[in-house]
Design a protein around this ligand. Sequence first.
Ligand code: BES
Ligand code: MN
Ligand code: ZN
Length: 503
Amino acid sequence: MADGIEIGFGPLGQSGQCPGGSGDLVVFVGDDLTLGSAARDALGASGADLVARAAASEKFKGRSLTALSLPAPGGVEADRLVVVGLGSDKDRAKTDWPVLGGFTASKVSGRTARIVLDWPGATVTAAQAGEFALGARLRTYTFDRYKTKKKPDAEEKAGTALTLLLADHDAASREGDTARSLSDSVILARDLVNEPPNVLYPEEFARRAADLAKLGVEIEVLEPARMRELGMGALLAVAQGSVREPRIVIMRWNGGPAGEAPVALIGKGVIFDSGGVSIKPGGGMEDMKGDMGGAAAVVGALHALAARKARCNVVGAIGIVENMPDGGSYRPSDILTSMSGQTIEVINTDAEGRLVLADVITHVIRSAKPKAIVDLATLTGAIIVALGQDIAGMFSNDDALAGNIHAAGEATGEKVWRMPLIPAYDKAIDSKFADMKNTGGRHGGAATAASFIKRYVEEVPWAHLDIAGVAMSSNASEINRSWGAGWGVRLLDRLIRDHYEAR
Ligand code: BES
Ligand code: MN
Ligand code: ZN
């Protein structure tokens, strides 16, 4: 992990000065190319004229998310001047602040940059500046831990310092602290997704989750002996083909009133999914190191909540296993008894995630009595077929919870689309020999998987997020260039903040 960039805040009046005397100066313009007054002060009269001429010769029109970079005009204490476009009035009214921050950070080429958050008609709030900073830090993350020859500019970029200049810089600086800890939380999740399974096997994953103790999170780790006592026959069956022992990590953040029922966040943590005896085809199997994206999101979310001392009770629980073929593996036709007592006929050992989730969910319901459950899992290829890679599938038994998650998705850009749960899907997993089978056939694969999980949530308000399409192998965006997206950390943090925290 490159440790990302440093971001500070200062008053607009500083835009003319530059501590190092070099670096970039960044200003913003709409599609009329007019500079704000602070930007004009920084550039001087000849500077404004130079921008107009450079824009004309470079065909820079100030459209949203375009940029013009030129040598800084004489008299301006900077090496380069970067002009970032904001588009029309309409575009500006719906500015996506993390995206603007990410884009801007990608256009900075110096070691330092002063970024003048001022343009005609703008009053950038502290919260918006914080979101800008969040996007900038997320954009500059790279996972290069295993590259012995770093890209020439990677190390240099890691030390880049940005100073955001705006009127409300004191308040922005506090928002910046929040943005910093939230971006650290997303980066923690990205690192976990990007790490290879030989390094990040279950015990090691559990150790990294247990690090949250430093932030005041209460940690409990369940080992196989305890899982056997609890009767976790579903999770243990998945784990039994691997030489690596499984772990369950329970993370409790008690920031709310003592005794208040917690919200439970539950994550699928399959550190590698070979498919087991129902082995997957070789092509692309390396992507299955990301089959713990749900668990990574839960660890990241607990990190975010603890770092900002959220006033709520939240319990995170992750089931961490490796799914491997072996002489000792579970096999199709096995009948498992889950902790809930319900029996499961194994049809396909590659439908392992739901088996892991089933026992973790039962354990959390019994031990923590949560008032709501949100599970995140890279559960099915079918959800990728249905929705692609830019939006997660959501299944829920509770309209209010589903609405809140949808809203948190819209607010953060980690979007979800609600999918149906109807009795036909439940019927599809009835088994000839046991209470249920672990697959429902090819049709509606994401929905029958969700219906399986539904059989374990009892009457608790619950939402299941199938994040197979969004957690890994991510499309490049303005705020992410990494394979592992850290998807869900910002969504969960927002969900808790907006709906479960005392104010
Ligand atoms: N981990 C996979 C789902 C997955 C696929 C995640 C692609 C990310 C990218 C899951 O365990 C799985 O193998 N699901 C099977 C279920 C089937 C056997 C019923 C699938 O989707 O094919
Ligand atoms: Mn699988
Ligand atoms: Zn899997």
